[in-house]
Structures are given as C-alpha cells and as structure tokens.
Design a protein around this ligand. Sequence first.
Ligand code: HEC
Ligand code: HEC
Ligand code: HEC
Ligand code: HEC
Ligand code: HEC
Length: 484
Amino acid sequence: MHLRSYLLIACLLAALLAAGTLGFQAPRAADQQAAEQTVTPQREPPTRPPTRPQGGPFGLSLMATPDGKPADALHFATSEDCSACHARHVEEFDGSLHSFSHHDPLYRAFAELARKEAGEQVYAYCSGCHAPAAVVSGLVPGTPEAELPDNVKAGVQCDICHQVRELNGAAGPWGEPGNGSLTLEPGKAKASIRPEIKSNLFHTARRADFLESSEFCASCHTVIHPFNGLRIEHTYDEWKKSVYAEKGIQCQDCHMRTVEDAVRVAQTLEPVTVMGKTSELSGTQREISPHTFVGGNIEAGRLTGSEAHGQMAEARLKSAAVIAVESVERAADGRELSFTVAVTNVGAGHSLPTSLTELREMWLHVRVSDPQGGLVFESGALDGHGELSKGTVRFGSVLHDAGGKPTFKPWEGVSFGKKRLIPAKGTERERFTAALAAAAPGALSIEARLCYRIAAPHVVKAVMGEQAFEPRIVEMASARASVP
Ligand code: HEC
Ligand code: HEC
Ligand code: HEC
Ligand code: HEC
Ligand code: HEC
C-alpha cells in the first residue's frame, strides 16, 4: 500500500513563514436579530482574565509535533489509504463532519471570512482543529487553498487521531485541553488502545490509552479565544459537571456508538460494548467503536454528501430531549390561560444545545387553539423572512463583540451577552400566558414543540452569499394538552 506522492510539497514548505496580519479587527455589522429574542441570562463557566495571545509552535493553535518542527505532509494518510484493511471504519467515517471538517461549505465560508477580517494567523488557528495536518506540516499559514495537497485537506482524518503522541493541554498556556492541544507524531506506529496487533505491512501500533478519554476529544472540542480567553465552545466543561462524568461515561460511549446504543447509555448510565472485526485481516471479533461521530448536524446530507449521517443526527436530536405542558390554569374570569412548558435534557451528555450555542438555534414553538381550530395564541413562529420572531423562547447564546453588540463571528467575541442552556439531565421551565378574548367557547388545546436548526438563515446568507441554503428545521420533541 503506497501513499500518493505530492511533488509540490518542497516548494510549498518554502512559503511556510509567509504570514498574514495578526489581530482581530474592530467590530462590524452587528447581528441585531439575535438581540431581539428572549434569552434569559445564565451563569457562564469561568473565563480566564484577558491575556496576550496564547499558542504553540505553529501559531495560535496548540496542535504540535514532538520537536516543534514541521512534519512531512506525506505522512497523513486519508481514509482511502486505510480502506483496504479497515473497510468498516472507513465506511462509518466517510461523510462524518470529521471527514469534511475542512471542506464543509459552511465552515469554508466562515473560515474565509475569518481570514479576510482577522488575518492569516487566525485562519491558521481555525485550521489547527479543522485541518490539523495543514498546520503541523507548516503549509498553513501561507499556502493558497488551491495549492494544498488533498491529503492534508482531509480534515480530522484517520491519521490525525491515530498519530497523536500525547495530549499537551495540561502543560500548555491554558493548563487544560483545548485549542487543538495534541502533539502529533506521524510515522509507522498508529496510536491504539490495544497495541498488540497482528503485524501487517502497513503499520505498527503504540499504546495510547488517552484515546478512550473525554480529555482527548476536549483537545479540539474546547475552543478558547486565543486573544481574550473567552470559552466559545465548552462541551467538555458541561460534561465534566454532569452525572455522566461521575459515572465514567465518556464522549466515545455516545458518539462512537449507534444512536440506539447511545440512548441506552443515557438511560442506564452504563457503557454499551460493540463487537466486530478490528480489520479485514482479523480472525476474531473484539471490542470496536463505530466511527460515525454523529452529533446534531442534520445538514450533513448537504454539507458532506452523506444523507445517512444527516439521518443519524436527526435521530440523535430526537433522542436528546422531552417536553411537557404543566401547571395549566384558566383565570377565574376565563379571559386568560397560563401554563408552563418544561424541557428536560434526557439524552445529551452535556448541555442542550452545546458547543456552537451562538450559531445553533433551539427554540419553543407554542400554540393554543380553540375548538374551531382558531389560533388564539402563538409564540416561536417564524417571521416573513424565516427568522425567529421577537419574543421567541430560545435556548442558546448571543455572542457580544468589544462594543457590546451581538455578533455571529467567533473571532469578534469577547463575552456572552445572554446564555440559556439546559444542563445534562436538567430541566428548564418557561411560563406562557394567552389572552382568550378572541377564543371560541369550549375546550382549548395547547401544543408545544421543541425545534432545532444549525443556524439562522440570515447568518448563513451573510456568510455564504450566493451559496447560502435554507437550514432545515427538525422537531426534537412535542407535547399536547387539552384544557376543558
Ligand atoms: C495492510 C492492511 C492495513 C492497512 C492499510 C491499515 N491497517 Fe490498521 N491494522 C491492520 C491490522 C492487520 C491490524 C490488527 C488487527 C488485529 O489485531 O485484529 C490493524 C490495527 C489497527 C489499529 C489498532 C486497533 C486496536 O486493536 O487497537 C489502528 C488504530 C489502526 N489499525 C489504524 C489504521 C489507520 C489509521 C490506517 C490508515 C492510515 C490503517 N490502520 C491502515 C491492517 C492495516
Ligand atoms: C479548538 C478547535 C477549533 C478551532 C480553533 C476552531 N474550531 Fe470550528 N469547530 C470545532 C468543533 C469541535 C466544531 C463542531 C461543533 C459542533 O458541531 O457543535 C466546529 C464547528 C465549526 C462550524 C460549524 C460547521 C457546521 O457545519 O455547522 C463552523 C462554521 C466553524 N467551526 C468555524 C470556525 C472558524 C471560522 C474558526 C476560526 C476562527 C474555527 N471554527 C476554529 C473546533 C474548532
Ligand atoms: C476523532 C478521532 C478519530 C478519528 C478521526 C479516527 N479514529 Fe479510529 N479510533 C478513535 C478512538 C477514540 C478509538 C478508540 C475508541 C474506544 O475504544 O473507546 C479508535 C479506534 C480505532 C480502531 C480500533 C478498533 C475500534 O473500533 O475500536 C481502529 C482500527 C481505528 N480506530 C481505525 C480508524 C480509521 C481507519 C480511521 C479513518 C477512517 C479512524 N480510525 C479515524 C478515534 C478516531
Ligand atoms: C483534531 C480535532 C478534533 C478531535 C481530536 C475531535 N474532534 Fe470532533 N470535531 C472537530 C471539528 C473541527 C468538528 C466540526 C467539523 C465541521 O462541522 O465542519 C468536529 C465535529 C464533531 C461532531 C459532529 C458535531 C455535529 O454538529 O454533528 C461530533 C459528534 C464530534 N466531533 C465528536 C468528537 C468526539 C467524540 C471526539 C473524541 C473521540 C472528537 N470529536 C475528537 C474536531 C475534532
Ligand atoms: C449520554 C450521551 C452523550 C455523551 C456522553 C456525549 N454526548 Fe455529545 N451529544 C449527545 C446527543 C444526544 C447530542 C444531540 C443533541 C445536541 O445537539 O446536544 C449530542 C450532540 C453533540 C454535538 C453537536 C452539538 C450541536 O448542536 O452542534 C457535539 C459537538 C458533541 N455532542 C460533542 C460531545 C463531546 C465532546 C462529548 C464529551 C465531552 C460528548 N458530546 C458527550 C449525546 C452525548
């Protein structure tokens, strides 16, 4: 089995030190839409005081090599190179967001905007997690997109995770995993949980117990603003405080399992074991971990071309929450109806929503109708532009720039203006009051739905321009009640 060779690499490496301007730019167009929705403030996870920019040998990202020198870009194989012997893993993996973390069109548009507005160094920071091989090979910053070899653009590929030598977060500037805090040592030995593998012509293996830990995932799933220390994505911190961490349930126990198995894990708080062949050449079955890495990205079909990953994400979202209509009261004079909608996070090993909480939209759509089907109350409907209407109860966050204005650009973020997340196994309640003046006499029906989409249409438009798409809405959970 041979890796494809790339003749241009030597010349590209020469461009290694070409760097763009450092520093974030002054705040621009604010995202007013986000400001108008009702999002109740919640206490934020601790944020370190602003410090000077913090990074590693390759810039603002902590993605590193053992000696800090650029690694040979040829040493990052793609899933295609592993497929002859690990067909099952490759099939599960291809089409995941990991396999498209560089090519994902929404990411590409965001990253190019970051490059334009905040400079090449910030673009390299993004690439540290989205295309680690491009950074540790010294090609980014500096190499034009069109000249990057295909194998380093394969994103969070097999040979990223399986060539990690150690986690460097604890010893790094933030003292914890995050910002790509992984030291990669490319070569013949693949990082494995069971290094005593059958010999094969392609590779050997070395022990890497950390692969089984949430800290490993946190190395990229904790995003800390490298200039001001704001924790933009903090899924690991949410998990760490949860009952899942207490019971030893790791990220892998849900995200490297089928959705059905993950639901069992969430219900029983016990891991589920999957048996299968480690490779096509293995004679016996052993414990394996499905490599689908599905979260909530229901646009996978559009972004990565894998409808299967999109469908799994939809099933995962639908398994995450339940809602209920509680404490229904009709005022004595019959003019008002009030009720509470309770949303419980039953299935996610972290807050709901998690990670890109400023981008993702999760909200309540609540309707009260009279016996003739007339709508007497509605909250959370879309406006004429497909945006959440004023007063919508949204779970998520609003990122603020230095001027205190809402922004959807993570590089501009200095604080969270508002944040309302539902912790693992926790419940959030919201009280609604409907005026009944216009209602026909008789029983009323209440319908509450929990909805999700990966981003607001105006954000997708602002970032992607002509390539923009209309994000799909998925109903995660619903509840009904009838009021006599
Ligand atoms: C020529 C066939 C072949 C190719 C190509 C190949 N592998 Fe393997 N791999 C094997 C064999 C054989 C085993 C051992 C299976 C066993 O012991 O049952 C193995 C085991 C592994 C293990 C350790 C599994 C464990 O038990 O912990 C990892 C990790 C791994 N391979 C990763 C990769 C990656 C990543 C690639 C692509 C860059 C790759 N392999 C390409 C044949 C191959
Ligand atoms: C520390 C690692 C890390 C860094 C640095 C990073 N990201 Fe990400 N990014 C992630 C992870 C992890 C996700 C997946 C989160 C999720 O899906 O909820 C993600 C998801 C995204 C998405 C969503 C893609 C989609 O299809 O929904 C966008 C857009 C994005 N990142 C843009 C950027 C930009 C622009 C930068 C640089 C300014 C950046 N990221 C820097 C780790 C990182
Ligand atoms: C995001 C990181 C990540 C990527 C990308 C990744 N793996 Fe893995 N891989 C893991 C982890 C973590 C484990 C061990 C899981 C456990 O046992 O808890 C693992 C285990 C394995 C094993 C051992 C058997 C098993 O299923 O546990 C093989 C073989 C393997 N990976 C091959 C591959 C191949 C081939 C690719 C690319 C198609 C790939 N991996 C991509 C993280 C990754
Ligand atoms: C080298 C960095 C890196 C590592 C290590 C990593 N991830 Fe990711 N992960 C990313 C990036 C970047 C994305 C977002 C890609 C995109 O949307 O364009 C992502 C996306 C995901 C998603 C999809 C989210 C969605 O919206 O559907 C899941 C689930 C996920 N990762 C789980 C894991 C787990 C579990 C581990 C540990 C075994 C892990 N990741 C390790 C960088 C990483
Ligand atoms: C008990 C099972 C469970 C565990 C443990 C778990 N997750 Fe999740 N995760 C889910 C479910 C269910 C969803 C879908 C709902 C949602 O988006 O939060 C999800 C969604 C995600 C998403 C996508 C969020 C979005 O909307 O873009 C990311 C990223 C993610 N998880 C990363 C992690 C990481 C990192 C860990 C470990 C620190 C982890 N998960 C642990 C069940 C789990």
